[in-house]
Design a protein around this ligand. Sequence first.
Ligand SMILES: Nc1ncnc2c1ncn2[C@@H]1O[C@H](COP(=O)(O)OP(=O)(O)O)[C@@H](O)[C@H]1O
Ligand SMILES: [Mg+2]
Length: 234
Amino acid sequence: MNKLEMLYEGKAKRVYKTDVKGRYWIEYKDDATAFNGEKKGQILDKGIVNNKMSALLFQMLELESIPTHFEGLLSDREQVVKAVEILPLEVIVRNVAAGSLAKRLGLEEGVIMKETVLEFCYKNDELGDPMINDYHIAAMGYATKDQVETIKNYALKINTLLQKFFIERDLKLIDFKLEFGTYDGKVILADEISPDTCRLWDANTDKKMDKDRFRRDLGDVESVYQEVLDRVQK
Ligand SMILES: Nc1ncnc2c1ncn2[C@@H]1O[C@H](COP(=O)(O)OP(=O)(O)O)[C@@H](O)[C@H]1O
Ligand SMILES: [Mg+2]
């Protein structure tokens, strides 16, 4: 497979066309952003961690009957994926109150909620990814009602699978963000699952093991990303 022209460069990855129909070449960068691009920096070798971790988790999810875009690793920072039409939604799954939810509802971070919370945001950097509900999605045609049902079912199943996977590695899955796309008319999981897109706390100490170390200047950013990859690979 050969890499052709770059299609788009996002905040964390570059996406390239390939000479194979229906396949894109993704390159993971070390660039880190937070607060809708206001804070910018680099996390050394983050691209390697996120590429390898996403690959491993997507393969695990495929074995559990979740269809994903993952096709294969190309190098430490590169993978080949199915070329999907990304649905313009950020799907957020929350088990424990943290981040914007804690702020919005005036909760202390770490409060365990009675049920899992699913949120949708409209994926639009200029608007700051505003939160929306099923009615907005239908009214704007961001996804069909059937697609939303499928996404909800996948997201909750992925949550159960990931919670089990991470707790076996002494990590609590606090919350995470997913993106889905369509391929051959079907909804499949796309984008990434990494410390950039998950909140993970050490099961024994509640140490933050994710991008909050960068967002909040907590230090040890690089070593924590490496530690998460080590635990995931164990
Ligand atoms: N399989 C895929 N096919 C097409 N686009 C994808 C796929 N997986 C991820 N993308 C998209 O690649 C882009 C680059 O990723 P990223 O750098 O994380 O972007 P962002 O700045 O939006 O977070 C995003 O728009 C993301 O939705
Ligand atoms: Mg992204």
